[in-house]
Structures are given as C-alpha cells and as structure tokens.
Design a protein around this ligand. Structure first.
Ligand code: HEM
Length: 370
C-alpha cells in the first residue's frame, strides 16, 4: 500500500480550499488579509492609509530582521583564524586523522554531533557541555543519551588547537571543522568552513528533546523541524545523506523492521537477526545505516532507499511515493549532485544562529564553561 503523503495531502487540501473560496469574494478577502468581514464592510480611504502604514512597518521590520540575521552569519568567514591561528587546520588534522583511522565510525559520530549541536540553540557547542551540579546539559536528552559519541575525539582536537593557539578557537568552530574534515576523510566532498562562532554558556535539554527530529518522524514532521531552523526540504533530503555513514541502535529501527510494510522483506529479516522483537532486549545492538559501506561517504544511502532498504522509518520516508522521491532518484543518478547539495546544506546548517562578536566565550575545555 502506498504511504499517505502528508505534505502533499496538506497542500492538496489547501489548494482545494483556495479553489473553492476563489468563487466566493468574501472568503477570498478573509483568506488573503487579516481583515475581518466586519472591517471589510467598513472599508474607507482612511482605513486604506492605516493599512498602508501597517504594511510599511511590517516590511521595514522584515528588512531589519533579515539584515540582522544576515549580519550574524556574515561575521562567519572562511579566513577567520588566518592571522590569529594559522596552524589551526594542521592541529585539527593531527588529532582527528589518527582517531578516525583507528575507528572509522567516529568520523560519522562527529558529523552527527555537529547536526545535534546546530539544531539546539544554533551552532554554539552547547551539546559539548557536561552535566554538572545545578546544570543540565543536552547529553542526556533522548536523541543523545547512549547515542551521541565522539566527545573524547573533540576533546583531543581542541587540546591540539589550544596547544597551537591558546584561547583563540571556539569549540563550536572546532566541531564545525572536525565535521567537514571527517566527511573528507571518509571519501566525501570538502568545502570551505566558515568560522567565527563563539561558545555558549547555556544549553537546552528541552531544545534537544524537541528540536532534533526523532527517527519515527514522517516526511511532514521532518520537513517542519528543518524549516524551523531555516533549512528547506531539499536541504533536509541532502543532509540526510549523512546516513551513508555510521550506525544505529536496534531501539531506533525495531518498529520499522518488524511492523512496517515500506521495507524490503529480505532486508527486514536480516536486520531482525540482530535486533530482537521485544523492547528492552538488545536495544543497543548496532546495525549500519548504509548496509554495504557504512564507513565510506558516497551516495549509497539513496541507492538503498529506492530498494526499500532504509534502516530508519524516517530514512524510508524520503522515498515513499511522496514529494521527495524525485530528489532521491536524482542523487542515485548523480553522486555529484548529492555532494553539491550536501555541502550547501552543511554550510546553511553551520549558519544557524551562531554566537558572534563578544557574545558567549571561547571555552578552554569544551565540556565546561570557563
Ligand atoms: C532527517 C532527520 C534525521 C533523523 C530522524 C536522524 C536520526 C538518527 C538516528 C536515530 C541515528 C542513530 C542513533 C542511535 O541509534 O544511537 C542517527 C545516526 C546518525 N545520524 Fe542522523 N538523523 C537525521 C538527520 C541527520 C543529519 C542531518 C545528519 C548530519 C548531517 C545526520 C548524521 C548522522 C550520522 C553520521 C549518524 C551515525 C552516527 C554514529 O555512527 O555514531 N543525521 N540519526
């Protein structure tokens, strides 16, 4: 049976409504403006000028808001540390490369840390803060608990960078550059990472629980959680391609392999062999997100999706007879197109509400505030 395309269904309903109401002038007014029907009846030249003034104020505020948002991300730049820490990249690589060479999965784990950081309060290293007496961090929120990993490698990278240039490079930037370097190390594309982020002195446990999409999400929910961070549905599909590397725990895909029909039967059976049906048993047993090459960054994730071999429910939602099928097919046909859109998505995600200028601080140790 075909999945119900909630996003398309929503659009279809609205389009139908619009079509219906376009035969009805009163409805049309009520829909297109905030005027009530009573106000519409009192329509005068005076109300016209009030409306015009209101519109000017709204447009002006929008321009201001855009300028402000642009200003915040405009402060990030690829050459941010070229004078203050010219040895930064070499220091990052000196600690990161041996760690990934030793355990390739940790490259995937670091890419995921960057995503989970940026989705909560923006890319400010809030995720890296440890819980402490009187301070609740994000590490024990549902999407991260027993799951987010690679923190020791970030510590090692930060220590190497601190040795090269003490007190200069933020943990948020260390995470951003480590994510890019991990993708490259595993065979993916490279890009110029914009820097100049500063580190938060706060974290948000609730933000981590509410803003990071769960693997049970449908397409509409995935789309709206990304939209809440200024990322499009296209960005969401391209960024999900990060699931071409790394592992997931049985608890996150059990329902999909036992109870759902949008999955290849043979693939479901093979995953069931290491993920018992009963909740609570084998919850942390691992399976690769890309069954063939989980330590190589390429477009295999999308090839799996068109064969109904997405491991998570949310993965298969991207190719399920709905609006994003064509984009997935496009990436199956062109790894180049995937890489281009993935890079664009990572740069956009790295721009999510960073702390800049004199906000926040440059933590010495990523696990605690100075
Ligand atoms: C679209 C919504 C997304 C959902 C619902 C989702 C969900 C998940 C889940 C449930 C896991 C397995 C965690 C575990 O079992 O412990 C996982 C792993 C992973 N995710 Fe996502 N994810 C999404 C998007 C992303 C994005 C945007 C990125 C990065 C750009 C990403 C990168 C990764 C990586 C690399 C892993 C493997 C980590 C490891 O092996 O340690 N994910 N994701």
């Amino acid at each position: 049976m075909r999945a119900m395309c909630t996003v398309s269904a929503f659009l279809a309903i609205n389009t139908a409504r619009q079509r219906r109401s376009s035969h009805h002038p009163a409805h049309k007014l009520a829909q297109g403006t905030t005027l009530s029907s009573q106000a519409a009846n009192r329509h005068t030249p005076h109300s016209d000028s009030i409306m015009a003034a209101r519109a000017t104020v709204i447009v002006f505020s929008l321009v201001l808001a855009l300028a402000f948002a642009g200003g915040a991300s405009a402060k990030l730049s690829a050459g941010f540390y070229s004078r203050s820490c010219p040895g930064m990249l070499a220091a990052v690589r000196s600690a990161l490369h041996p760690a990934i060479a030793k355990e390739r999965r940790v490259g995937a784990s670091i890419v995921r840390l960057f995503f989970h950081d940026c989705f909560v309060q923006g890319c400010d290293a809030s995720l890296l803060l440890d819980d402490a007496p009187g301070f609740q961090g994000e590490k024990n929120a549902t999407p991260n608990k027993n799951s987010a990993r690679g923190f020791e490698v970030i510590d090692a990278v930060k220590a190497a960078v601190e040795k090269a240039c003490p007190g200069v490079v933020s943990c948020a930037d260390v995470l951003a550059i480590a994510a890019e370097e991990s993708v490259v190390f595993l065979g993916g594309p490279s890009w110029e990472v914009k820097m100049g982020r500063r580190d938060s002195t706060t974290a948000s446990f609730n933000g981590a629980n509410n803003d990071i999409p769960p693997p049970t999400s449908g397409l509409a929910n995935l789309t709206s959680l990304f939209a809440a961070k200024g990322l499009s549905q296209k960005d969401m599909v391209a960024l999900s391609g990060a699931h071409t590397i790394g592992q997931a725990r049985c608890t996150n895909f059990r329902d999909h392999i036992y109870n759902e029909t949008d999955i290849d039967a043979g693939f479901a059976r093979s995953r069931q062999s290491n993920c018992p049906r009963t909740a609570g048993s084998g919850d942390n047993n691992l399976a690769p997100l890309d069954l063939q090459t989980p330590t190589v960054f390429e477009n295999a994730y999308y090839k799996n999706l068109v064969q109904k071999r997405g491991l998570l429910h949310s993965d298969q939602e991207l190719f399920n007879g709905c609006a994003t099928d064509a984009q997935v097919q496009g990436y199956v046909g062109s790894q180049e197109a995937f890489f281009k859109d993935f890079v664009e998505g990572m740069i956009k995600m790295g721009d999510v509400t960073p702390l800049t200028g004199s906000s926040g601080q440059i933590r010495k140790n990523c696990r605690r505030m100075n």
